[in-house]
Design a protein around this ligand. Sequence first.
Ligand SMILES: [Zn+2]
Length: 89
Amino acid sequence: MSSCPFCQSNLEEKKTICSSCNAKKGYLKINNFIFGKSLLVFFGLIVPFVIIFFAISAQNLFGVNVSVIMTLPILFAIWHLILGDRWMK
Ligand SMILES: [Zn+2]
């Protein structure tokens, strides 16, 4: 049993949302939207990798630039995955 850092109510280990105050467990928060692991992996790893794949296929300078820029969200996502999940509100 752990407790919510915001309202101190008891939470079951597997719970990702606090039923008392609606705090959520996640890896990243952008504009009040909290990313869980699957969303972070999708938008931070899969989407940029697909964009890089198509950018490299274009075989031009623009494609190279896009590929370089798209490594940033990948590094950002990996960093947040390493930091781990925490309770957010
Ligand atoms: Zn709570």
